[in-house]
Design a protein around this ligand. Sequence first.
Ligand SMILES: [Cu+2]
Length: 341
Amino acid sequence: MSFEEQVDDIEANTILGGEPFFSRAGGKIFIIWLVFTAIGVLIGVYAPHHLLPTLLSPQGSDVWKTIVVFTVLAAPVAAFVYAVSFYSLFAWRHKGNQDEPPPDAMPQRGNGPMTVVWLAISSLLVVVLLFWGITVWNTQQVTHADTLQVNVTGQQWVWTYSYPGTGVETRTLELPLNRPVEFNITSVDVTHGFWPAVLGVQVDANPNVTTIIRTTPNKLGNFTVRCSQLCGLYHAFMNNKAAVVTPQQFSTWLQSQGATQAVADQSAGVSSSASSPTTTLPGVTTATPTTVPGETATTLTPDATAPTTTAPATTAPAATVPDGTTTTTGPADSTTTTAPA
Ligand SMILES: [Cu+2]
């Protein structure tokens, strides 16, 4: 059979018709595509359980879901490319028993139905991903009245955290459980990347710009804040210890860093009468309506909580449970999560 006859035979019978579907190249590629797609979907669904650390915030769960959805949607596309490639490689390769390689097939200048299908599927996938991304992004932009402010400053090669209104400035990050937190991030030298991965947020720290990201830690645990931008010689060592702790522990920690007890209790959202550890439950501690720390300078001193000095917008509602997220994690879980040092 001449080469032209082979090509005609392939087009007439093997790919498009003639023989039963699963005997044709198209049918075989279809089966390979199905198998590869199934493998890709299984990897997309189950690999994150083994690859991702335990996530400590709803934003982290959003990231998890996004990884799964994007991988599952990409699996059939990648599988199609691999299926055609593998089949071509093994079924249509030059076997080596001919004197010369066969000439190329006739070039394809266009294929109307294929173009329509290709464009339609691609467009649909992009629209779905765009819709998903915008939706998840919007859920992360919700602000809460009792948000804890934390100023984050990157420099070669350390992170510094300050808690406005408390006088505390540290190089370890501690956050109270179930309290929305707003990071105000900047840099004093080059571009860094603030990356508390298990909280599901990451953003660049740029000089002369303050970038805000929000998250709500909803599980206790220790983790590491890393720098995600190659920022110089010791970039790889730009790591900080960090932890999500109970409000009571947070207050105690603030005091150990120099805050007065009144300011620390106020920042942590715990009332002084609830200071006894036996009466403090993480996430369900209900604070008295207090001034939100960090929003005004009036919280700097313990006696600044007098009602006359409190701006209306800074008065938090009584409940400290921020977004209705049910707390399923108790103090006993605090040892379950440790990011690699
Ligand atoms: Cu850096």
